[in-house]
Design a protein around this ligand. Structure first.
Ligand code: TYD
Ligand code: MG
Length: 450
């Protein structure tokens, strides 16, 4: 028997080396090489995606867009940019148990009324899926189920059935017999995803791929997976709370950072069409260290409570911990707070948290984070019914954020009465019921809530 040769494959770029190294020689990423079986070249690998090798001109290409397939789950259609595009491949990632399979089963049963759908599961048996469907109280006699993990068998069924939409749950369980490595390995995931993508483009079948995530929250397997597909959606949210967010981080057919909000109920995921006040915790009185911000996620403003705790540290390296906000940005903001507002926290542990498991990556959170930190340090609650937003720069200036007016209107609608905003975001005409304080510098903002 021939000896199996092992090589080391990079999970970022898919590059290979013969011996283990700390750094990938192809893309220079650190600690990304893992041992796998050396694969012989697959002959079908280099077929083109578009199945056409004729030179054409932009003008001649048929651009009549086929109508999108609606999943009829409003929040999911919104994240997809208005429904599924035919032949598109969508990757859906998220923590185990967050509701990926549930959402897709709900979407497929609805779509099965209007088009042909197939649910391929490598994780659950047909019986388990049927039980789940019963629990969700969705019924469909036209939903095709297939419990299979071998890619070639899956293709046989898909080519025979010619569905309009197929779900592969999950890409990490699928394996191709052309490769020797185990399912879930970098080579298998990459090969299966590229074959599935080719299939989707040539057959106009829309594919929804479920992807596992690693401990760090990235989709397991090679990074190239995200480049291959047309859209990448992530499930976020605290598995302990019932709210789930679905965020598009890449979408070739719609806006990115669009957000779908769901609530997990005993009958599956329900869309929340008016989520703006979901991520506010209700305090009986005013508490120190809490500041509400308005973040603009896709086309909707969302109010999120940011909390900070500042506590004297007993370690030579005080802790800076952030949940839902960027860690490095916190360190930068603390330096700005010291230099430009005279508030020192070098001997304090600082923790900040965005309530409800939301992840905020826009810089509009800077000002509310600083206000919450200053409030916690002094033990002074911020005024009740107050919101803030604004980007903070290294020289202590408060920079405007986009769509300030929409944010302010949303805050007023929910009943907030005071807003601290960058000067350029101050409204030209007053908003009823909302007092707006425009600031230019961090120091000013902190001064006016003192
Ligand atoms: P699931 O879709 O299996 O998660 P994933 O495929 O992302 O791993 O979700 C399972 C979780 O959802 C499980 O913890 C129970 C919960 N759940 C409900 O609360 N209500 C329901 O109706 C269903 C079907 C699941
Ligand atoms: Mg699942």
């Amino acid at each position: 028997m021939a000896k199996i040769k092992t090589i080391y494959a990079c999970s970022e770029c898919g590059g290979q080396t013969l011996k283990w190294q700390g750094q990938c020689p192809h893309c220079s990423a650190w600690n990304t090489l893992s041992e796998t079986v050396a694969e012989k070249a697959v002959s079908s690998r280099y077929q083109s995606l578009a199945q056409s090798s004729q030179l054409t001109h932009l003008k001649e290409v048929d651009t009549n867009e086929e109508p999108r397939l609606l999943t009829e789950i409003g929040e999911l259609d919104r994240v997809l940019g208005g429904g599924l595009v035919r032949g598109a491949v969508v990757l859906i990632g998220g923590d185990p148990g967050i509701g990926k399979s549930t959402l897709l089963l709900q979407a497929l049963t609805r779509m099965s009324e209007r088009c042909k759908v197939v649910y391929v599961s490598g994780e659950e048996s047909a019986q388990q899926i049927a039980l789940r469907a019963r629990r969700l109280q969705v019924q469909s006699d036209r939903l095709g189920l297939l419990a299979e993990i071998q890619l070639e068998h899956i293709f046989n069924v898909l080519k025979r059935e010619k569905p309009d939409v197929a779900v592969i749950d999950s890409i990490q369980t699928v394996y191709s017999e052309l490769l020797q490595s185990a399912p879930g390995s970098v080579a298998q995931v990459r090969e299966c995803a590229s074959q599935l993508t080719r299939f989707a483009k040539s057959s106009h079948c829309s594919l929804l791929l479920v992807g596992h995530v690693t401990k760090e929250g990235a989709i397991a397997g090679p990074r190239v997976l995200e480049h291959m597909v047309d859209a990448v959606l992530y499930f976020e949210g605290d598995t302990h709370s019932s709210f789930r967010l679905v965020r598009a981080i890449k979408n070739r057919f719609g806006a990115v950072n669009e957000l779908g909000v769901f609530a997990m109920t005993d009958r599956g995921l329900r869309g929340v069409s008016n989520p703006s006040a979901l991520f506010l915790s209700r305090h009986d009185g005013e508490v120190a260290g809490s500041c509400v911000m308005v973040t603009q996620e896709g086309s909707r403003p969302l109010l999120v409570e940011l909390q900070a705790l500042v506590d004297s540290s007993h370690s030579p390296n005080p802790r800076r911990l952030s949940v839902g906000l960027e860690q490095n940005r916190l360190a930068m903001l603390l330096a700005v707070l010291h230099r430009h507002a005279g508030i020192a926290v070098f001997d304090q542990d600082v923790f900040v948290n965005a309530v409800g498991g939301v992840k905020i990556d826009e810089p509009a959170a800077d000002l509310p984070v600083l206000l919450a930190i200053a409030s916690s340090l002094k033990g002074n609650p911020l005024p009740g019914k107050m919101v803030a937003f604004g980007e903070v720069g290294l020289v202590g200036e408060v920079r405007p954020v986009q769509r300030g007016m929409e944010r302010l209107k949303e805050a007023a609608k929910i009943g907030f009465q005071l807003a601290i905003v960058p000067r350029a975001n101050a409204p030209k005409v007053p908003i009823e019921g909302l007092k707006v304080i425009a600031v230019d510098r961090v120091g000013q903002a902190i001064e006016c809530v003192r």
